[in-house]
Design a protein around this ligand. Structure first.
Ligand code: NDP
Ligand code: GDR
Length: 362
């Protein structure tokens, strides 16, 4: 019998890679997308087939994590073997502006799905994956961070995810649901949202290289992150739901780098060497060849409370799931810059032929 999976957040970075992986494995894949005034399915359009064709295995449903009745109805209709709860207001800085909404979607949204499983009496049938995060570790208590490291969340996003983490553990213990937390460290790709720091950097690198943009403004250049490749990480999500018993796992590369290092690496990909000058808000990145300042610090991007250092220890995932990262930071960065150069070249062509292109930078 082919398995049926339901993915919330299917239009996001991880949703797109996971949907691809599960379709390759022969699953019937259902996803929940939000109604939006513009199309929001760019990342999964290549998976979509006209529903009138034969053997369609990919289905989208309108829904929202803030709407219980909608979630219950979709889960009742789909009767999934596996639910991957990837939907979230996932931007840490935005969570300081929208803390209540973030709690509603990220914390209560998780509860709503677990309750739907219970209400529909699917506790024995449906396995549940919760997209937990290294942001739970927040203020450093121990490095590298592993499954037993105490949590100290530092943003409304992380606090909401803390609820999601514990409610998942609680429903596993209270009702015997096969429910797992994947505590994933930052993972990036060419599909990464444009306002997360790596993608913001690789997009700017491409646009600066082609003369479409003058400068890149960033916040805390000294924050350290353990960055992996999203496509490698969705494999770990799937593996977590294929074990004999449900457990929580850290997924990470075991390497950490400063934002500043990622900037240097990304500019190097297009032949620009960066010389760093100054400190704090006066720090600047200068193009060695031209002497022009192309990177500046903008305190608007500082967070009220920051997570300074993330470094994960994925030994448990390696031992129990046989999972290991396959892509290193240099390969990841090169891949992202390459994709962004392709789209910047498209923009340049348009401009050269008299068509305006607009780029929203945040
Ligand atoms: P994205 O921001 O790329 O995707 C989030 C998805 O959630 C989008 O499909 C978005 O829809 C959807 N969504 C947001 N709010 C709602 C809502 N109220 N109801 C239904 N859907 C909603 O995130 P990622 O793919 O990067 O991350 C996936 C999950 O993993 C998230 O939960 C994130 O918090 C978590 N995580 C991510 C890490 C990372 O480094 N990427 C690390 C650890 C955890 P739309 O497209 O319409 O905006
Ligand atoms: P993060 O990712 O907060 O770790 O959350 P993000 O890429 O936003 O920030 C990483 C670090 O870079 C610093 N930074 C900037 N960040 C952004 N977005 N924009 C800037 O201009 C900038 N300048 C410096 C940040 O301060 C931070 O220290 C991501 C999300 O995917 C979460 O959903 C997920 O849970 C965690 O990763 C693990």
């Amino acid at each position: 019998m082919e398995k049926v999976a339901l993915i919330t957040g299917i239009t996001g970075q991880d949703g797109a890679y996971l949907a691809e992986l599960l379709l390759e494995k022969g699953y019937e894949v259902h996803g929940i997308k939000r109604r939006s005034s513009l199309f929001n399915t760019d990342r999964i359009d290549h998976l979509y087939k006209d529903l009138h064709e034969k053997n369609v295995k990919f289905f989208l449903h309108y829904g929202d994590l803030t709407d219980s009745t909608n979630l219950i109805r979709i889960i009742q209709q789909v009767q999934p073997d596996e639910i991957y709860n990837l939907a979230a207001q996932s931007h840490v800085q935005v969570s300081f502006d929208t803390p209540e909404y973030t709690a509603n979607a990220d914390a209560l949204g998780t509860l709503r799905i677990l309750e739907a499983i219970r209400i529909l009496k699917l506790e024995k049938k449906t396995k549940f994956y919760q997209a937990s995060t290294s942001e739970l570790y927040g203020l450093v208590q121990e490095t590298p961070q592993k499954e037993t490291t105490p949590f100290y969340p530092r943003s409304p996003y992380a606090v909401a995810k803390l609820y999601g983490y514990w409610i998942t553990v609680n429903y596993r213990e209270a009702y015997g649901i096969y429910a797992c937390n994947g505590i994933l460290f930052n993972h990036e790709s060419p599909l990464r949202g444009e306002t997360f720091v790596t993608r913001k950097i690789t997009r700017a690198v491409a646009r600066i290289k082609l003369g479409l943009q003058e400068k890149l403004y960033l916040g805390n250049l000294s924050a350290k992150r353990d960055w992996g490749y999203a496509k490698d990480y969705v494999e770990a999500m799937w593996l977590m739901l294929q074990q004999d018993k449900p457990e929580d796992f850290v997924v990470a590369t075991g390497e950490t780098h400063k934002v500043r290092e990622f900037v240097t690496l990304a500019f190097k990909e297009v032949g620009i060497n960066i010389k760093w000058q100054g400190t704090g808000i006066d720090e600047k990145g200068i193009d060695e060849a031209t002497g022009k300042t192309i990177i500046e610090v903008d305190p608007r991007y500082f967070r009220p409370t920051e997570v300074e250092l993330l470094l994960g220890d994925a030994t448990k995932a390696q031992q129990k799931l046989g999972w290991e990262p396959k892509t290193n930071l240099a390969e990841l960065c090169a891949m992202m810059v390459k994709e962004d150069l392709t789209s910047a070249k498209r923009d340049l062509l348009c401009e050269q032929h008299g068509f305006e292109t607009h780029q929203y930078n945040e």
